[in-house]
Design a protein around this ligand. Structure first.
Ligand code: NAP
Length: 410
């Protein structure tokens, strides 16, 4: 069925999960039901979906949220979902385990798609397998629409646009520095991280794919001079502070570099980008010890039995940080854009969120991406895009207006 005539604007798949329920809560609060935005909840377990609806709307609501039952292991059910809606917004993860049929169905049915994956190895597989089908059908497929990697991707776009407006050039380099955050982790996120480690154990070649700074660039596109992500403590002159490794850098930097490639290298083929955490107030020794401890923790999790042991004490799928933790959570990120030849003209911008990064803020970002894909007059054609290259400044406006994410020039 042509996209314009479909029954729904958005089907939220995975609404019974920890993050999916938060997305449903946000869509209901922000856009209502039975109004302009036609949306439905989908998942594999009808009883769980009904219980979520009861929690959100109470008994016998005037306009109940429509419920659709479908399991991602059933490819024809996924095609059925995809053909009923303009957009599928999915929180069914680990994506590498349960998400491939959803991408395939969208790519073949001209259905736009957004998700929360941070699984670089899986995104690479999906791009290679379905780019041609998505381009042919007109489906805009956009991964990484949560804390990975919206603040990075749109933060760089915002910094570059600011540099362009102020000085008429692109920044040669952008540095992303986390200055503070508070929140927690969900069982689904941990399951995705652990599954990624399992996949690398099964296929050690994947470690090379994930270590490639340009792992997500279009095949054959030029690559620049960026190297491995930071592993130790490094002193940053621009911030006059020591910096530590940032655990999401391995995802976000690949997404930002892909954005540059998809934007026809608007920021230059020699554009450099990196991410780190500011170790404000910490001296050299303390920073180096912290970095060593972080590396030891990551290495320990790569050992199978230790990973198994640790996961026994971590949240299970369906569990995550409570409401108080989400509401008291926040994040602040500074992005420093280096002018190509005059450091007096460097620009610094700030991206902040009003809730915890992983769930409170992520669920609002993902929902706004889905609405943006369904409603806004975007210029890009079908294919695999990044948030910045597909939705760009329109999404920045939406996030500022509705989702408690702010982008400001410092
Ligand atoms: N990038 C970010 O910033 C970010 C932030 C948050 C989450 N995430 C990612 O989002 C994903 C979800 O996290 P979460 O904590 O919400 O996980 P979760 O609570 O475990 O939820 C997973 C959802 O997937 C559903 N599901 C699993 N297998 C399915 C299948 N075969 N067919 C249909 N539905 C299926 C589950 O349904 P049942 O309820 O029936 O089991 C549940 O609704 C994870 O991959 C996580 O890494 C990313």
């Amino acid at each position: 069925m042509p996209v314009q005539e479909r029954e729904y604007d958005i089907i939220l798949l995975g609404a019974s999960g920890f993050t999916g329920r938060l997305v449903a809560e946000y869509l209901l609060a922000q856009y209502g039901i039975g109004g302009d935005l036609r949306w439905a909840m989908a998942g594999r377990n009808e009883a769980k979906l009904e219980s979520i609806r009861l929690q959100l709307q109470g008994y016998e609501p005037a306009a109940p949220i429509p419920i659709l039952v479908a399991d991602t292991s059933d490819a024809s059910a996924m095609a059925g979902l995809a053909s009923q809606t303009r957009v599928i917004c999915t929180t069914v993860g680990p994506y590498a385990l349960y998400g491939s049929s959803v991408v395939e169905a969208c790519a073949h049915n001209g259905t736009h798609y957004c998700d929360l994956t941070g699984e670089v190895q899986w995104m690479r597989r999906m791009i290679d397998a379905h780019q041609a089908a998505a381009a042919a059908s007109g489906a805009r497929i956009v991964h990484t629409c949560g804390f990975d990697s919206i603040p990075s991707d749109l933060g760089v776009l915002f910094a570059q646009n600011t540099m362009q407006e102020a000085h008429g050039v692109a920044a040669r380099r952008v540095k992303y520095r986390v200055t503070g955050f508070g929140g927690g982790l969900s069982g689904g996120t941990l399951a995705s991280m652990l599954n990624m480690m399992e996949e690398v154990k099964q296929d050690p070649g994947l470690a090379d794919v994930m270590a490639d700074p340009y792992a997500l660039n279009p095949q054959g596109a030029p690559t620049g001079s960026d190297v491995n992500d930071q592993t130790g403590a490094i002193y940053d002159e621009d911030f006059a502070s020591w910096t530590l490794p940032f655990m999401m850098a391995g995802i976000n930097t690949r997404v930002v570099r892909r954005s540059n490639a998809l934007l026809d290298f608007a920021w230059g083929e020699d554009f450099n980008y990196d991410e780190a955490v500011l170790a404000e107030g910490k001296g050299a020794l303390q920073s180096k010890i912290t970095a060593l401890a972080m590396t030891a923790g990551t290495n320990a999790l790569s050992i199978g039995p230790l990973r198994g042991l640790a996961s026994r004490f971590m949240p299970k799928p369906g569990e995550g940080p409570d409401q108080e933790t989400r509401e008291q959570g926040y994040y602040n990120i500074l992005l420093h854009a280096n002018h190509p030849d005059d450091m007096e003209k460097d620009i610094r911008v700030k991206v902040s969120g009003d809730m915890d990064p992983g769930y409170g803020s992520t669920s609002k970002m993902l929902a706004e991406c889905a609405v943006c894909l369904a409603r806004d007059n975007l210029t890009v054609s079908g294919g695999f895009w990044t948030p910045a290259s597909a939705m760009g400044t329109r999404l920045i406006e939406r996030l500022q207006q509705n989702a408690g994410v702010s982008f400001t020039v410092e």
